[in-house]
Design a protein around this ligand. Structure first.
Ligand code: PNS
Length: 165
């Protein structure tokens, strides 16, 4: 049984995240999309809302037979991965600029849990500039984000931020 976790903030879920899930799921039997419950940040969506959106959108993702699950966690990703029985942590890399941060996290997680490998996947080129932060900023300022986030997420964002135009 090959089980992985795909940890992140998912505030909100983007099509870039879905692209990584689509690419990585067929490599595993089970994957837990793990939503960080980080009370130090000021998220747009509560952890419950983020999990709800994932649960609404994930059934439409072709996982190649991999069983997807959504869970929230707090504390260390490495601890959550171990407690979940995962042997891999999936992370997406969009551009070289992601690499340094991701490398540091991967090496630290490996030091904490030597049995668990981080698996990097390259995001599709069309999502190489898509981040949750950028999506929130563009949406807030009235820009178009269609095609970059799931329609359902955009609807939920509309209830949080009145667009300026
Ligand atoms: O989607 P993000 O915000 O890029 O995800 C970052 C995340 C959640 C993977 C990272 O912040 C994390 O692992 N946080 C949990 C705390 C932790 O384990 N910190 C040490 C990382 S080596």
């Amino acid at each position: 049984m090959r089980r992985a976790i795909f940890p992140g903030s998912f505030d909100p879920l983007t099509n870039g995240h879905l692209d990584i899930i689509r690419r990585s799921a067929p490599l595993f039997d089970e994957m837990i999309v793990a939503v960080l419950d980080n009370s130090e940040k000021y998220p747009m969506f509560s952890v419950v809302e983020r999990c709800e959106m994932l649960n609404d959108v994930l059934p439409d993702v072709d996982t190649g037979g991999c069983k997807l699950e959504v869970a929230s966690f707090s504390g260390l990703t490495a601890d959550f991965a171990r407690e979940s029985g995962a042997t891999a942590i999936v992370r997406g890399i969009r551009a070289v600029s992601d690499y340094e941060y991701e490398l540091r996290m991967a090496l630290m997680n490996r030091r904490l849990e030597p049995q668990i490998e981080t698996v990097f996947l390259m995001a599709g080129e069309e999502y190489s500039y898509v981040s949750s932060t950028l999506m929130k900023e563009v949406f807030r300022l009235g820009g178009r984000v269609e095609g970059l986030i799931p329609a359902l997420v955009e609807e939920r964002m509309r209830t949080k931020i009145p667009k300026t135009s």
